[in-house]
Design a protein around this ligand. Structure first.
Ligand SMILES: Nc1ncnc2c1ncn2[C@@H]1O[C@H](COP(=O)(O)OP(=O)(O)O)[C@@H](O)[C@H]1O
Ligand SMILES: [Mg+2]
Length: 356
Protein backbone atom coordinates (compact mmCIF):
# COMPACT_ATOMS: atom_id res chain seq x y z
CA UNK A 1 0.00 0.00 0.00
CA UNK A 2 1.16 3.51 -0.58
CA UNK A 3 0.26 7.16 -0.55
CA UNK A 4 0.37 8.94 -3.91
CA UNK A 5 1.31 12.58 -4.01
CA UNK A 6 1.87 15.15 -6.73
CA UNK A 7 3.49 18.52 -6.20
CA UNK A 8 2.87 21.29 -8.71
CA UNK A 9 2.73 18.63 -11.38
CA UNK A 10 2.37 20.05 -14.87
CA UNK A 11 2.33 18.86 -18.45
CA UNK A 12 2.52 21.18 -21.40
CA UNK A 13 2.12 19.56 -24.80
CA UNK A 14 2.44 22.77 -26.79
CA UNK A 15 2.11 26.53 -26.47
CA UNK A 16 -1.65 26.16 -26.53
CA UNK A 17 -2.13 22.96 -24.59
CA UNK A 18 -1.35 22.98 -20.88
CA UNK A 19 -2.92 19.58 -20.20
CA UNK A 20 -2.08 19.48 -16.49
CA UNK A 21 -1.45 22.70 -14.63
CA UNK A 22 0.31 22.62 -11.26
CA UNK A 23 -1.69 19.82 -9.67
CA UNK A 24 -1.19 19.28 -5.93
CA UNK A 25 -2.87 16.22 -4.52
CA UNK A 26 -2.21 13.62 -1.89
CA UNK A 27 -4.11 10.39 -1.41
CA UNK A 28 -4.37 8.63 1.90
CA UNK A 29 -3.19 5.05 2.21
CA UNK A 30 -5.76 2.64 0.79
CA UNK A 31 -7.95 5.43 -0.48
CA UNK A 32 -10.22 5.25 -3.50
CA UNK A 33 -9.51 8.63 -5.05
CA UNK A 34 -11.51 9.65 -8.11
CA UNK A 35 -10.32 12.15 -10.72
CA UNK A 36 -13.48 13.67 -12.18
CA UNK A 37 -13.77 16.12 -15.04
CA UNK A 38 -15.00 16.55 -18.59
CA UNK A 39 -13.29 15.00 -21.58
CA UNK A 40 -10.01 16.74 -22.37
CA UNK A 41 -9.47 18.22 -18.89
CA UNK A 42 -6.21 16.31 -18.38
CA UNK A 43 -7.23 13.25 -16.33
CA UNK A 44 -5.47 10.68 -18.49
CA UNK A 45 -2.35 12.79 -18.78
CA UNK A 46 -2.21 13.17 -15.00
CA UNK A 47 -2.66 9.43 -14.49
CA UNK A 48 -0.04 8.60 -17.13
CA UNK A 49 2.47 10.87 -15.42
CA UNK A 50 1.85 9.15 -12.08
CA UNK A 51 2.27 5.81 -13.84
CA UNK A 52 5.50 6.86 -15.52
CA UNK A 53 4.18 6.70 -19.08
CA UNK A 54 4.32 10.44 -19.64
CA UNK A 55 7.24 12.62 -18.51
CA UNK A 56 6.10 15.72 -16.62
CA UNK A 57 7.07 19.16 -17.82
CA UNK A 58 7.60 20.14 -14.20
CA UNK A 59 6.68 19.13 -10.69
CA UNK A 60 7.13 16.05 -8.53
CA UNK A 61 5.48 12.68 -8.14
CA UNK A 62 5.84 10.72 -4.91
CA UNK A 63 4.69 7.18 -4.27
CA UNK A 64 5.03 5.93 -0.73
CA UNK A 65 6.71 9.25 0.08
CA UNK A 66 9.47 8.43 -2.37
CA UNK A 67 10.23 10.67 -5.33
CA UNK A 68 9.63 8.57 -8.44
CA UNK A 69 10.03 11.08 -11.28
CA UNK A 70 13.15 9.32 -12.49
CA UNK A 71 11.78 5.77 -12.11
CA UNK A 72 10.43 3.81 -15.09
CA UNK A 73 6.85 2.45 -14.83
CA UNK A 74 7.81 -1.05 -13.73
CA UNK A 75 9.88 0.27 -10.83
CA UNK A 76 6.93 2.22 -9.42
CA UNK A 77 5.00 -0.82 -8.21
CA UNK A 78 1.81 0.35 -9.73
CA UNK A 79 -0.69 -1.37 -11.99
CA UNK A 80 -2.71 0.39 -14.64
CA UNK A 81 -5.96 -0.55 -16.30
CA UNK A 82 -7.14 1.50 -19.23
CA UNK A 83 -10.40 1.92 -21.03
CA UNK A 84 -9.22 -0.42 -23.74
CA UNK A 85 -8.34 -3.50 -21.75
CA UNK A 86 -5.73 -4.54 -24.29
CA UNK A 87 -6.01 -8.24 -23.58
CA UNK A 88 -4.03 -10.52 -25.87
CA UNK A 89 -6.73 -12.03 -28.12
CA UNK A 90 -4.84 -15.23 -28.97
CA UNK A 91 -4.07 -16.06 -25.31
CA UNK A 92 -6.37 -17.74 -22.82
CA UNK A 93 -7.60 -15.83 -19.82
CA UNK A 94 -5.07 -17.77 -17.72
CA UNK A 95 -2.16 -16.69 -19.89
CA UNK A 96 -3.40 -13.13 -20.09
CA UNK A 97 -3.41 -12.89 -16.30
CA UNK A 98 -0.08 -14.71 -16.03
CA UNK A 99 1.60 -12.50 -18.60
CA UNK A 100 3.20 -9.92 -16.28
CA UNK A 101 4.50 -12.71 -14.03
CA UNK A 102 6.04 -14.59 -16.94
CA UNK A 103 7.79 -11.41 -17.91
CA UNK A 104 9.17 -11.32 -14.36
CA UNK A 105 10.27 -14.97 -14.67
CA UNK A 106 8.22 -16.07 -11.67
CA UNK A 107 8.45 -19.87 -11.30
CA UNK A 108 5.57 -21.93 -12.60
CA UNK A 109 4.07 -23.14 -9.31
CA UNK A 110 4.11 -19.68 -7.72
CA UNK A 111 2.69 -18.25 -10.90
CA UNK A 112 -0.24 -20.66 -10.87
CA UNK A 113 -1.00 -19.85 -7.24
CA UNK A 114 -1.11 -16.15 -7.99
CA UNK A 115 -3.24 -16.46 -11.11
CA UNK A 116 -5.72 -18.71 -9.30
CA UNK A 117 -5.83 -16.29 -6.37
CA UNK A 118 -6.49 -13.25 -8.58
CA UNK A 119 -9.08 -15.13 -10.65
CA UNK A 120 -10.87 -16.21 -7.51
CA UNK A 121 -10.96 -12.68 -6.09
CA UNK A 122 -12.44 -11.38 -9.32
CA UNK A 123 -14.86 -14.26 -9.77
CA UNK A 124 -13.44 -15.43 -13.09
CA UNK A 125 -11.92 -18.70 -11.91
CA UNK A 126 -14.33 -20.61 -14.15
CA UNK A 127 -13.19 -18.75 -17.27
CA UNK A 128 -9.47 -19.41 -17.27
CA UNK A 129 -9.48 -21.55 -20.43
CA UNK A 130 -11.46 -19.11 -22.53
CA UNK A 131 -10.19 -16.59 -25.03
CA UNK A 132 -11.09 -12.91 -24.60
CA UNK A 133 -13.60 -12.97 -27.49
CA UNK A 134 -15.61 -15.59 -25.57
CA UNK A 135 -16.13 -13.15 -22.68
CA UNK A 136 -18.59 -10.34 -22.01
CA UNK A 137 -17.29 -6.80 -21.64
CA UNK A 138 -17.56 -7.01 -17.86
CA UNK A 139 -15.66 -10.28 -17.75
CA UNK A 140 -12.89 -8.84 -19.91
CA UNK A 141 -12.62 -5.91 -17.59
CA UNK A 142 -12.19 -8.31 -14.66
CA UNK A 143 -9.47 -10.18 -16.53
CA UNK A 144 -7.66 -6.89 -17.02
CA UNK A 145 -8.01 -6.19 -13.30
CA UNK A 146 -6.77 -9.68 -12.41
CA UNK A 147 -3.77 -9.15 -14.66
CA UNK A 148 -3.06 -5.93 -12.75
CA UNK A 149 -3.68 -7.61 -9.40
CA UNK A 150 -1.18 -10.47 -9.79
CA UNK A 151 1.60 -7.94 -9.72
CA UNK A 152 0.49 -7.04 -6.19
CA UNK A 153 0.89 -3.35 -6.85
CA UNK A 154 1.03 -0.66 -4.20
CA UNK A 155 -1.25 1.50 -6.29
CA UNK A 156 -3.94 0.91 -8.89
CA UNK A 157 -4.36 3.49 -11.63
CA UNK A 158 -7.65 2.97 -13.44
CA UNK A 159 -8.60 5.08 -16.44
CA UNK A 160 -12.34 4.90 -17.22
CA UNK A 161 -12.24 1.11 -16.97
CA UNK A 162 -16.03 0.74 -17.11
CA UNK A 163 -16.82 3.02 -20.01
CA UNK A 164 -17.06 0.17 -22.53
CA UNK A 165 -19.88 -1.49 -20.60
CA UNK A 166 -23.56 -0.88 -21.19
CA UNK A 167 -25.42 1.11 -18.53
CA UNK A 168 -26.91 -1.84 -16.71
CA UNK A 169 -23.72 -3.85 -16.59
CA UNK A 170 -21.81 -0.76 -15.52
CA UNK A 171 -23.82 -0.34 -12.33
CA UNK A 172 -22.99 -3.83 -11.12
CA UNK A 173 -19.38 -3.61 -12.32
CA UNK A 174 -19.06 -0.39 -10.32
CA UNK A 175 -20.27 -2.20 -7.27
CA UNK A 176 -17.93 -5.15 -7.79
CA UNK A 177 -14.94 -2.95 -8.42
CA UNK A 178 -15.60 -0.97 -5.27
CA UNK A 179 -15.99 -4.16 -3.24
CA UNK A 180 -12.80 -5.52 -4.74
CA UNK A 181 -10.89 -2.37 -3.83
CA UNK A 182 -12.22 -2.48 -0.25
CA UNK A 183 -11.20 -6.13 0.05
CA UNK A 184 -7.63 -5.68 -1.11
CA UNK A 185 -7.25 -2.19 0.36
CA UNK A 186 -4.88 -0.96 -2.31
CA UNK A 187 -4.68 2.78 -2.92
CA UNK A 188 -6.59 3.41 -6.13
CA UNK A 189 -6.74 6.41 -8.41
CA UNK A 190 -9.75 6.15 -10.65
CA UNK A 191 -10.43 8.39 -13.62
CA UNK A 192 -13.93 9.10 -14.87
CA UNK A 193 -15.97 11.84 -16.54
CA UNK A 194 -19.13 10.35 -15.04
CA UNK A 195 -20.19 12.26 -11.93
CA UNK A 196 -22.54 9.49 -10.80
CA UNK A 197 -19.71 6.99 -10.92
CA UNK A 198 -17.49 9.41 -9.01
CA UNK A 199 -20.12 10.06 -6.34
CA UNK A 200 -20.87 6.39 -5.85
CA UNK A 201 -17.33 5.09 -5.75
CA UNK A 202 -14.93 7.69 -4.44
CA UNK A 203 -13.75 8.11 -0.88
CA UNK A 204 -12.82 11.52 -2.18
CA UNK A 205 -13.25 13.22 -5.53
CA UNK A 206 -10.80 15.54 -7.26
CA UNK A 207 -12.77 17.78 -9.62
CA UNK A 208 -10.58 18.90 -12.52
CA UNK A 209 -11.25 21.46 -15.20
CA UNK A 210 -8.75 22.51 -17.87
CA UNK A 211 -5.83 20.91 -16.10
CA UNK A 212 -6.57 22.51 -12.74
CA UNK A 213 -8.11 21.28 -9.53
CA UNK A 214 -11.39 22.97 -8.72
CA UNK A 215 -12.04 21.07 -5.51
CA UNK A 216 -10.99 17.99 -3.56
CA UNK A 217 -13.50 16.54 -1.13
CA UNK A 218 -15.72 13.67 -0.14
CA UNK A 219 -18.74 13.11 -2.40
CA UNK A 220 -20.86 14.80 0.26
CA UNK A 221 -18.59 17.85 0.45
CA UNK A 222 -18.48 18.15 -3.32
CA UNK A 223 -22.25 17.95 -3.57
CA UNK A 224 -23.29 19.95 -0.55
CA UNK A 225 -20.44 22.42 -0.25
CA UNK A 226 -19.20 23.03 -3.81
CA UNK A 227 -16.23 25.37 -3.91
CA UNK A 228 -17.44 27.23 -6.97
CA UNK A 229 -20.18 27.39 -9.58
CA UNK A 230 -18.25 25.05 -11.85
CA UNK A 231 -18.36 22.22 -9.30
CA UNK A 232 -21.93 23.15 -8.33
CA UNK A 233 -23.15 22.64 -11.86
CA UNK A 234 -20.85 19.83 -13.00
CA UNK A 235 -21.93 17.57 -10.14
CA UNK A 236 -25.62 16.87 -9.70
CA UNK A 237 -28.26 16.14 -12.28
CA UNK A 238 -30.07 18.38 -12.89
CA UNK A 239 -27.36 20.78 -11.71
CA UNK A 240 -27.60 23.28 -8.88
CA UNK A 241 -29.90 26.24 -9.60
CA UNK A 242 -28.06 29.58 -9.67
CA UNK A 243 -30.12 32.72 -9.34
CA UNK A 244 -28.44 36.13 -9.77
CA UNK A 245 -28.85 38.49 -6.85
CA UNK A 246 -26.84 41.69 -7.01
CA UNK A 247 -23.18 40.72 -7.15
CA UNK A 248 -23.98 37.23 -5.95
CA UNK A 249 -25.40 34.03 -7.23
CA UNK A 250 -27.76 32.20 -4.93
CA UNK A 251 -27.50 28.46 -5.42
CA UNK A 252 -29.73 25.62 -4.32
CA UNK A 253 -30.27 22.05 -5.41
CA UNK A 254 -33.41 20.99 -7.30
CA UNK A 255 -34.47 18.83 -4.35
CA UNK A 256 -34.28 21.81 -1.98
CA UNK A 257 -37.52 23.28 -3.35
CA UNK A 258 -40.39 23.11 -0.91
CA UNK A 259 -43.89 23.44 -2.29
CA UNK A 260 -45.79 26.06 -0.29
CA UNK A 261 -49.53 26.13 0.10
CA UNK A 262 -51.64 28.57 -1.86
CA UNK A 263 -51.11 31.31 0.69
CA UNK A 264 -47.38 30.92 0.29
CA UNK A 265 -47.26 29.54 3.83
CA UNK A 266 -45.49 26.55 5.18
CA UNK A 267 -44.54 25.30 8.58
CA UNK A 268 -41.28 26.72 9.87
CA UNK A 269 -40.14 30.20 9.02
CA UNK A 270 -36.55 29.65 7.96
CA UNK A 271 -37.76 29.44 4.38
CA UNK A 272 -36.77 31.81 1.64
CA UNK A 273 -39.80 32.21 -0.56
CA UNK A 274 -40.09 32.79 -4.26
CA UNK A 275 -42.11 31.87 -7.28
CA UNK A 276 -41.39 29.45 -10.05
CA UNK A 277 -43.01 30.89 -13.16
CA UNK A 278 -43.77 29.45 -16.56
CA UNK A 279 -43.61 26.02 -14.97
CA UNK A 280 -43.71 22.72 -16.79
CA UNK A 281 -43.77 19.31 -15.14
CA UNK A 282 -41.85 16.30 -16.31
CA UNK A 283 -43.03 12.97 -14.94
CA UNK A 284 -40.21 10.50 -14.16
CA UNK A 285 -42.00 7.77 -12.27
CA UNK A 286 -41.08 7.99 -8.59
CA UNK A 287 -40.26 11.68 -8.92
CA UNK A 288 -41.00 14.63 -11.10
CA UNK A 289 -39.05 17.60 -12.32
CA UNK A 290 -40.68 21.00 -12.49
CA UNK A 291 -38.93 23.30 -14.96
CA UNK A 292 -39.55 27.01 -14.93
CA UNK A 293 -37.99 30.35 -14.15
CA UNK A 294 -37.06 32.14 -10.96
CA UNK A 295 -36.44 35.87 -11.29
CA UNK A 296 -36.13 35.44 -15.03
CA UNK A 297 -33.54 32.67 -14.86
CA UNK A 298 -34.14 29.03 -15.71
CA UNK A 299 -34.54 26.79 -12.66
CA UNK A 300 -35.64 23.25 -11.97
CA UNK A 301 -37.20 21.61 -8.96
CA UNK A 302 -37.19 17.90 -8.19
CA UNK A 303 -39.76 16.31 -5.93
CA UNK A 304 -41.66 13.14 -5.27
CA UNK A 305 -44.37 12.53 -7.83
CA UNK A 306 -46.95 12.61 -5.07
CA UNK A 307 -45.68 15.92 -3.64
CA UNK A 308 -48.61 18.23 -2.86
CA UNK A 309 -48.03 20.39 -5.87
CA UNK A 310 -49.40 20.34 -9.32
CA UNK A 311 -48.71 23.17 -11.72
CA UNK A 312 -50.60 23.86 -14.86
CA UNK A 313 -48.41 24.06 -17.92
CA UNK A 314 -47.17 27.64 -18.05
CA UNK A 315 -48.55 28.36 -14.58
CA UNK A 316 -46.63 29.49 -11.54
CA UNK A 317 -46.20 28.09 -8.06
CA UNK A 318 -44.90 29.41 -4.75
CA UNK A 319 -41.86 27.66 -3.38
CA UNK A 320 -39.60 27.87 -0.41
CA UNK A 321 -35.98 26.83 0.19
CA UNK A 322 -34.58 26.37 3.67
CA UNK A 323 -31.91 28.95 4.38
CA UNK A 324 -29.47 26.23 5.33
CA UNK A 325 -29.80 24.85 1.78
CA UNK A 326 -28.73 28.09 0.11
CA UNK A 327 -25.18 28.46 -1.19
CA UNK A 328 -23.87 31.87 -2.12
CA UNK A 329 -21.32 32.40 -4.87
CA UNK A 330 -19.50 35.47 -6.05
CA UNK A 331 -21.01 36.23 -9.43
CA UNK A 332 -17.80 37.36 -11.06
CA UNK A 333 -15.29 34.77 -9.85
CA UNK A 334 -17.83 31.97 -9.34
CA UNK A 335 -16.18 31.23 -6.00
CA UNK A 336 -18.32 30.25 -3.10
CA UNK A 337 -18.63 32.85 -0.37
CA UNK A 338 -17.91 31.94 3.23
CA UNK A 339 -20.40 29.72 5.01
CA UNK A 340 -20.83 32.51 7.49
CA UNK A 341 -22.03 34.71 4.69
CA UNK A 342 -24.59 32.10 3.64
CA UNK A 343 -26.00 31.97 7.13
CA UNK A 344 -26.63 35.72 7.05
CA UNK A 345 -28.75 35.63 3.95
CA UNK A 346 -32.12 37.10 4.66
CA UNK A 347 -35.24 36.10 2.81
CA UNK A 348 -34.62 39.08 0.56
CA UNK A 349 -32.37 37.70 -2.17
CA UNK A 350 -34.71 35.51 -4.17
CA UNK A 351 -37.98 36.88 -2.89
CA UNK A 352 -38.23 39.51 -5.62
CA UNK A 353 -41.24 37.52 -6.66
CA UNK A 354 -42.80 36.61 -3.33
CA UNK A 355 -44.99 33.64 -2.52
CA UNK A 356 -47.78 34.67 -4.78
N1 LIG B 1 0.22 13.23 -26.66
C1 LIG B 1 -0.43 14.40 -26.72
N2 LIG B 1 0.00 15.39 -27.50
C2 LIG B 1 -0.63 16.59 -27.56
N3 LIG B 1 -1.72 16.88 -26.83
C3 LIG B 1 -2.22 15.92 -26.04
C4 LIG B 1 -1.61 14.63 -25.94
N4 LIG B 1 -2.33 13.89 -25.06
C5 LIG B 1 -3.34 14.67 -24.63
N5 LIG B 1 -3.27 15.89 -25.22
C6 LIG B 1 -4.18 17.03 -24.96
O1 LIG B 1 -4.13 17.30 -23.58
C7 LIG B 1 -5.41 17.62 -23.07
C8 LIG B 1 -5.80 16.64 -21.97
O2 LIG B 1 -6.00 15.37 -22.53
P1 LIG B 1 -6.33 14.10 -21.65
O3 LIG B 1 -5.36 14.01 -20.54
O4 LIG B 1 -6.42 12.92 -22.55
O5 LIG B 1 -7.77 14.47 -21.07
P2 LIG B 1 -8.91 13.54 -20.44
O6 LIG B 1 -8.32 12.22 -20.11
O7 LIG B 1 -9.39 14.30 -19.25
O8 LIG B 1 -9.99 13.44 -21.49
C9 LIG B 1 -6.34 17.61 -24.27
O9 LIG B 1 -6.43 18.91 -24.76
C10 LIG B 1 -5.63 16.71 -25.25
O10 LIG B 1 -5.99 17.02 -26.57
MG1 LIG C 1 -8.91 10.29 -20.73
Amino acid sequence: MAVVETRKLSKRFSDEVMAVDAIDLRSTDGEFLVLLGPSGCGKTTLLRMIGGLEPPTSGEILIGDRLVNHLPPRARQIAMVFQSYALYPHMTVYNNIAFPLKAQKVDKAALKLKVDWAALILGIDGLLDRKPRQLSGGQRQRVALARALVREPNVFLLDEPLSNLDAQRRASARDELQQFQRDIGTTTIYVTHDQIEAMGMGDRIVVIEQGRIRQIGTPREIYEEPADTYVATFVGSPPMNLIPDGGDLVGFRPESFFPLDDDGRSSGDDLVRFTLTDAREEYLGSEKLVYGEVNGVKAVARMATNAPLSVRDGGSAPFGVHKQDLRIFDRESGLRRQLARAAQVEPAPVSGAPGR
